[in-house]
Design a protein around this ligand. Structure first.
Ligand code: ZDP
Length: 279
């Protein structure tokens, strides 16, 4: 049996998309996903995303990271999935809108101007047990709390967008030795499910610069859930507005934490790169 795939990227965070509408189980194993994500021996990607039948929703998204682990959510990935679905359905409606079931709940995507995708990312979760982290034994919020990593004390804020994020504000993101400290945050004992790690430089109240070390994928060019979590951390600590542009190595996302419904709205691009067939 040969399986068709389409490669997409959202700001350089790249994914292999699989039409999995015929089955409620992913057509590939986690081990096969690891092989396909390899940039030298495979197609190359940060993850593999499956478009499965809905569950009280239009579709279900499942994703495997490039190390084979399965995250609850993926912000850049779900924008790619929305464009992939438009392609599969031959949807010619101007505003294709999908309700997508994920392990982080129902996420809604909408195609807007210029083929950008606006995503209702839901509400952030802030209690220590929801992240999860042991940084607050009393199950409080973790805001600007000290964490010892690589012999240094960092002031961290923890936010879950369905998946865990640990955010640190720094003077200069370019100076962060990401490859060295990223893995130490990811595997720190206070994060039982590991964590995604973001370093943020506040340029203006409405403009943040971010570098990310992703759980299960390492340094990537962009992270949608991470951009949302970082804006929340910035608002909670009085460092930024509720609407801001987040600049990642791969480009910019527009993030809003709505006053009205307390949900995060992310707008950004999703681009088709090429299609192929797996032998
Ligand atoms: O939580 C995790 O294990 C992440 N690696 C999942 C992927 C998140 C992503 N970068 C995003 O855009 O939200 C794709």
């Amino acid at each position: 049996m040969s399986i068709e795939f389409v490669k997409y990227h959202g700001l350089g965070n790249d994914f292999i998309l699989i039409d999995n509408r015929s089955s409620s189980e992913p057509l590939l194993t986690q081990k096969q996903a690891v092989k396909l994500c390899d940039r030298h021996f495979g197609i190359g990607a940060d993850g593999v995303i499956f478009a499965l039948p809905g569950q009280d929703s239009d579709y279900t998204m499942r994703i495997f990271n490039s190390d084979g682990s399965e995250p609850e959510m993926c912000g850049n990935g779900i924008r790619c999935l929305a464009q992939f679905l438009v392609g599969l359905e031959g949807d010619r409606s101007k505003i294709a809108k999908y309700r997508i079931h994920t392990l982080a709940g129902i996420i809604t995507t909408q195609i807007v101007a210029d083929g950008q995708v606006k995503v209702d990312m839901g509400m952030p979760r802030l209690l220590a047990a929801e992240i999860p982290t042991q940084l607050s034994p009393g199950n409080n919020k973790v805001i600007d709390q000290p964490l010892e990593v690589a012999g240094q004390s960092w002031s961290v804020t923890c936010v879950s967008m369905g998946n865990p994020h640990c955010i640190t504000f720094v003077e200069d993101v370019a100076a962060v030795p990401l490859e060295i400290i990223g893995p130490q945050f990811e595997h720190h004992a206070v994060f039982p499910q590991r964590t995604n790690t973001e370093f943020i430089q506040v340029v203006r109240y409405d403009y943040l610069k971010m570098r990310v070390w992703e759980r299960g994928a390492g340094a990537t060019l962009a992270c949608g859930t991470g951009a949302c979590a970082s804006l929340v951390a910035g608002v909670l600590t009085g460092r930024c507005d509720r609407i801001a542009v987040v600049e990642l190595p791969g480009g910019c996302l527009e993030i809003e934490w709505s006053d009205l419904d307390q949900k995060l709205y992310m707008t950004g691009p999703a681009q088709r790169v090429f299609a192929g067939k797996l032998p």
